[in-house]
Design a protein around this ligand. Structure first.
Ligand code: GLP
Length: 244
């Protein structure tokens, strides 16, 4: 695991965007695993800027997203489909037919999870998976539990996650209670993983996930077992880790 220390959120976003750019330049028809949440927003902004400058070409890129709320229509402003369009897809030349997310409107959970696993398999697997880290150490929507969830599955969100995400909704009651998420096995099968983490409120999660024991109680800790993980974190997020 490689840990890159960034000064602040802007620096973190540039560094992460640089790593994604390198992937796209090295393999123009790569498969990017994409994430939502506030952590990667700056990274997407930077990628859009470089695309506009003519330095990046997404024409042959395929994307698969980590997760999606169950029950939200694509047009809902808090759906991850909407998020991806608002922050990236609408501003770069990625082929909309090559962008994949779990379908939150398919309420047949078994069918949707199997379909999404098949989508990931059929595009040849993920070359570079971008991840954020939840306050409780979750990745995607893999919440703390007794076992590491394997493939794409339907998750019942923890109170803490609902609490953290309610800022985007009118009230906590409106936050969907379930989501489809790539599982730990799905994530671990990516060839490379890039984690972006920012802010002092994530310092404990960073310490637990990357410097603590590997346990399903801290789902992100499994990343310590992956052969090619880069964590880009700002000073605040690394403030509880002894990097010397
Ligand atoms: C959400 C998402 C995760 C994300 C996490 C952290 O629950 N499902 O993919 O990494 O929260 O979000 P943020 O980056 O806004 O702190």
């Amino acid at each position: 695991m490689k840990i890159i220390k960034a000064k602040d959120y802007k620096d973190l976003s540039r560094k992460a965007a640089n790593l994604i750019s390198a992937q796209v330049i090295m393999k123009p028809d790569c498969v990017l695993g994409l994430a939502t949440g506030s952590s990667p927003v700056g990274t997407y902004e930077q990628l859009v800027e470089w695309y506009e400058n003519g330095d990046l070409d997404f024409g042959d890129v395929t994307s698969v997203n980590l997760d999606e709320y169950v029950g939200l229509a694509k047009e809902h402003e808090q759906s991850y489909y909407y998020f991806m369009h608002k922050h990236l897809f609408d501003y770069v030349n990625i082929n909309p037919e090559r962008t994949f997310l779990p379908d939150g409107t398919n309420l047949n959970k078994e069918e949707e999870c199997a379909r999404y696993e098949e989508v990931i398999r059929s595009v040849g697997g993920v070359d570079l998976q971008l991840l954020g880290l939840g306050h409780n150490g979750h990745i995607g929507f893999n919440e703390p539990g007794d076992v590491f969830e394997k493939g794409t599955h339907c998750v019942t969100l923890s109170e803490r996650t609902i609490e953290a995400n309610k800022r985007f909704f009118a009230s906590a009651d409106e936050v969907p209670k379930q989501a489809y998420s790539m599982g730990i096995r799905t994530i671990m099968m990516a060839k490379k993983i890039l984690v972006v983490v920012s802010g002092e409120d994530k310092a404990e999660a960073v310490k637990n996930a990357f410097f603590g024991p590997v346990t399903p109680q801290v789902p992100g800790s499994i990343l310590q077992m992956h052969p090619d993980v880069t964590v880009v974190a700002d000073e605040a997020a690394l403030s509880k880790c002894d990097l010397a």
